[in-house]
Design a protein around this ligand. Sequence first.
Ligand code: IFM
Length: 722
Amino acid sequence: MNQWILEKTGFDPADAAADGNRFLCANGYMGLRGAVEEAGPAQFSAITLAGVYDQYQDRWREPVNAPGALHFRLSFNGQALALGRTEALSHRQRLDYRHGVFQRETDFGPVTISSRRFVSMADCHLLADQYELRFRADGEMTLLAGISTAIWDINGPHLFDFDYQAGNALLVRAATGEKRIAVAAAQCMTPDFEAEETLLQREQGIFRAYKRRVKKGDTLTVSAFAAICTALDGGDPADSARAHCLQAQARGFDACLQAHRDAWERIWDRCEITLEGDEAAALALHASQYHLNCIAPRHADSLSIPARGLSGQTYKGAIFWDSEIFFFPMFVHTQPEIARSLLRYRIKTLPGALKKAAEYGYRGAFYAWESQEGGTEGCTNFNVVDVFTHRPVRTYFRDKQIHISADIAYALRSYYDITGDRSLLMAGGARVILECARFYLSRANAHLDSDGVDFADVIGPDEYHERVKNNAFTNRMILYCLESALRMREIFADQPGWFDRLLRELDYEKDWALIRDLCPRIREPRVRDGVVEQFDGYFDLEDCTLDDVRARLCDPREYWGGDHGVAGTTQIIKQADVIALMALFPDRFSPEEVAANWRYYEPRTEHGSSLSACMYALAACRIGRPDAAWPLFMKTAQIDVLGGGKQWAGEIYIGGTHPASNGGAWMIAALGFAGLRMQNGYPTLHPHLPPQITRLRFPITAGGKRLLVEVTPDGGEIRELG
Ligand code: IFM
């Protein structure tokens, strides 16, 4: 087995959505789904742009898909040859995780199409495709090559006012509907068909139609260079797109590919985990690291990563807590500049969080549950559609999942604790923590007749139980956020002037005193036989099995949560909640406590979210049970190799890649199996290797140094890399 190659033979239209995800090529600026060149919206072909959003009519805001700038369509002797529409004798496609190169080979009988393409890691605007035709019969071929504007949108269309231009590069210009953001796509080719007898076609795009008589044994190879730019990049996107693709054309396909491969090598140099002992696990880890790395915002300094990466418009292209809790760890340990970008996105979107809190009648920062540009809340009050009535269901993620602000504070604090670097706190991070703490002050429910303070009417990570009181995860995260606010004074003890000025600017004096008063009063969860109650009253719910609950479903796509969901009145939970808490605070709970909770909650967890298994695996390592962690690790790491994961929430399609699992796989390997812990740039190891692994080796960046961690069944060591 090659540990870097995902390969598939045959073609089944039913797999088109999943394959588009599994074979994704991306570079942080855009994601090109793994569909073949001739595919259109029906095969879920798309180029999804990072950070560009639009709303069509009253539908959900979602990221914008760009024109299909690497589009080819072939016909031979009058017959269209298109995978899925024309019978192919064979089809094979592969993705090289090491270098982000997608290849396909389709034998249609008289003609075989093969190609290799990439979304450049060296130039974030560039995509390139080398497309080869081998003829096994005489005849006439027509190749349409250009930019397709038949765009797959879930809630679109988003691009209007198309303008097409020919010239040394084909060009499509358009603007988004809501904010009139200009988007441009350009494409040029070698050889340039303009020199041949070509025809320009401007229907649903702009194409060069290249007609030629061919003979058996002929081959034709063309290289297409495409570029996408938007007005958000600065400058004129049309000029830039044209310039990027013409420059690439001048360099040639091989040189562009080499630059792209070199860029990937530099990424692997920073973060590659080598796993020995289990080939499938090694492949899955590479896949996970590939998928998380290919969507990292390397081109921008304050951008975060959507929950479904750049694999499409699912989840509105929004930024969730996934960024801070699941993506951040790999980056902060290996490529801290990307971790900083994720956090700077939150710093930059603080105004949106202040606005949201005010809208709900609170003070401080209440971050968007589904955050889009500027911190705009993408989550609606009706986030699920009922499969029976087809009516939107009132969900409460937007207004009650208040742990989001504390999750952000947690990551900001971790960034400092792990790296010892205060610069991000000084550049707005401290302000974010203080404003998040202030939000919880105003959100707390104090009582006239008791000292205890509740956080009522919330939703914890287990989204199936809505509007609960004192969710253990939420309360603990809030406490940590409040403590982190207070801790700022110690962190800046040598700069009291700066810190006092910040407090004065925020008019924080009274709040500071209130936070100190609040911390010891936050309600602790009930504990029964060592098991932390997930929220007040959880233990009183029906205690049944997952199979019992599954058997009550009338439709496999039915939503399990909320007032009418099958899980809501039971102890069955969607994803790690108390266990997530224990995984995030490894030092606060004894191994015995973690073990008792793991035993209780694991059988009651549906793992209905891709965020779940990794938390259980981390906790299993903590209690010295890497054997129990192993299947959860495989489930997490293989998710985008096998194409699994939930596809529906009620009637809403939620398919895509799973960056949270991808980050989870890194966490299990590095923080779980190797037991890496960092404090102030100083790493330690507490290995828990499962028997399947004979060696685990990976680089980290700590205190400005590059270190190599190596763990075998005999123990672990960390050494400096030259
Ligand atoms: O953030 C998660 C949430 O916890 C569960 N539903 C999917 C979201 C995006 O991954």
